[in-house]
Design a protein around this ligand. Structure first.
Ligand code: GLN
Length: 499
């Protein structure tokens, strides 16, 4: 790079944006650097689409605005998007054969907002099919450099999963293939891969970011958020991503865009951190527990106080989520019928046969499993027994959080019960994946903001994330709490060997 000894891919978003503004490096040069790295590291399987021409055209636009003094806050900063966001310049597949080769005529709102802030899109990132998964092992799409679907590999140990469903997103940041990326979190898909890959990610309050152009999985839970190395960088992206979108997403909150960086440096003196007993039970691996405990001790040194709290329905969040999310998915995925867009079976006898063959060919096993569960729990005779019950308990889970927040300002605990597991380790046992979501699902069901912050390393030198959960609209506070830890520790700056 031009004027500094630090490689471009080691700069934070904040540093890179400053260098671009000072014209010490150009947006084109920056984009080329990350594209070259992404190609060189394609064995990790992070990207499913690159389009150098489109990226460089965007970068040239950024350079022109930088020269003209009309630059946005992220002008020229390259980012990449989870392939669940539709994009005009890149194909959008949601990790599914059903959308192979699909080209959207428009950009998702989050994509558009980041572009308006000046960000340059490097490409699209691998994910579980329709964001269903916890290991990124459910993608049906071949990563860049591969002929056939291949697993996304955790750069800390390439025999391990990166987490999911935003696995490609987490790997791109951890391997320095992009300074920051987008992800989506329905039941933990930003927090869990962030934890497994040693990076920082935040899922904002449900409704903060528009879902327009985010290929729908479970609409009452789906939420977009940024993933980057630090809380400071996440705050920069989140500020650009959020804001109302009343004409396009009726659940987007009618709250003005905020500067989520505004309180990063606030003191933690007197901060009450709630520690839910249910997050520290027998199922928590000792190595994860040790790292989380050490981070909590660090917080006491920073002036915070640990308060025991209860989230008594934590265990129920698994059955509740795995009823509600499939129910919504079965409805959302009915649009993939071979008529409107995406895959269509080549040979069929009549319309119904075309629907059947198209869906049988286009969807993977996990997606089919969810459609069947969802259709079952919504069907006459079972709706009251399953779906309605689940909705009631969902409300109780949300109420439990409100009781907890009467005693504390933020809640902290592990993101996942273990570090990243081996590729294929859960084999044909989807329940093993579902159970690993236990600590991320409660905040999702309640619609609360949550984040994962690197908190050290466990077994095999694998990263461990600390989960921070805040009350509604407390993103700025959460980012502040994460940032102060990152000023006192350097876990988020560590890099996988060979990266
Ligand atoms: N692992 C959860 C699932 O498979 C959550 C996925 C997500 O947040 N998109 O549904």
């Amino acid at each position: 790079m031009s004027n500094s000894s630090t490689a471009l891919h080691d700069l934070s978003v904040a540093e890179l944006a400053a260098q671009l503004r000072e014209r010490r490096v150009s947006a084109v040069e920056t984009a080329q650097h990350f594209l070259a790295r992404s190609r060189a590291q394609d064995a990790l399987g992070a990207y499913v689409a690159l389009n150098e021409e489109a990226t460089l055209a965007q970068a040239r636009g950024a350079d022109a605005r930088l020269a003209a003094g009309t630059a946005g806050p992220l002008e020229g900063v390259p980012i990449a998007h989870k392939d669940i966001f539709v994009t005009r310049d890149f194909p959008s597949t949601a990790g599914s054969k059903m959308l192979a080769g699909y080209q959207s005529p428009f950009d998702a709102t989050v994509v558009r907002k980041l572009a308006e802030a000046g960000a340059v899109t490097l490409g699209k990132l691998n994910c579980d099919e329709f964001a269903m998964g916890s290991a990124n092992e459910n993608s049906a799409v071949a990563p860049v450099g591969f002929e056939a679907p291949a697993p996304v590999r955790n750069p800390w140990d390439q025999s391990r999963i990166p987490g999911g469903s935003s696995g490609g997103s987490a790997v791109a940041v951890a391997a320095r293939l992009a300074p920051a990326v987008t992800g989506t979190d329905t039941g933990g898909s930003i927090r869990q891969p962030a934890s497994f890959c040693g990076i920082t990610g935040i899922k904002p309050t449900y409704g903060r970011a528009s879902r327009y152009g985010m290929i729908a999985f479970a609409s009452s839970l789906d939420q977009a958020g940024p993933m980057a190395r630090s809380a400071e960088d996440c705050a920069l992206l989140l500020s650009a991503m959020c804001g109302p979108d009343p004409d396009r997403d009726s659940t987007s909150l009618d709250l003005p865009a905020e500067d989520f960086s505004r309180s990063l440096n606030d003191s933690l003196d007197g901060l009450r951190i709630g520690i839910p007993a249910e997050f520290f039970g027998d199922g928590l691996a000792p190595d994860v527990r040790a790292a989380v405990d050490a981070a909590l001790q660090q917080y006491t040194q920073l002036g915070a106080q640990l308060v025991p709290i209860a989230l008594p329905r934590t265990e129920l969040s698994i059955p509740v989520y795995y009823i509600i999310a499939p129910a919504e998915a079965s409805s959302n995925l009915s649009r993939f019928d071979g008529v409107k867009f995406g895959h269509r079976a080549k040979h069929y006898t009549d319309l119904v046969d075309m629907y059947k063959k198209t869906r049988a060919e286009g969807f993977g096993d996990e997606v089919k499993r969810r459609i069947m569960i969802g259709t079952y729990v919504l069907s006459h005779g079972y709706y009251d027994a399953y779906y309605l019950q689940a909705q009631k308990i969902r409300r109780m889970i949300a109420d439990d959080f409100q009781q907890a927040f009467a005693q504390c300002d933020v809640i902290a605990g592990p993101v996942a019960p273990t570090v990243a597991w081996k590729l294929g380790e859960h084999g044909n046992d989807p329940l093993a994946d579902y159970l690993a979501d236990i600590f991320t699902l409660p905040a999702s069901l309640a619609g609360l903001p949550g984040m994962s912050v690197p908190a050290g390393f466990g077994e095999g030198g694998l990263p461990v994330g600390l989960q921070l959960i805040g009350n509604y609209f407390s993103e700025a506070r959460l980012l502040n709490v994460a940032h102060r830890l990152q000023q006192a520790t350097d876990f988020h700056l560590q890099r996988p060997e060979g990266i």
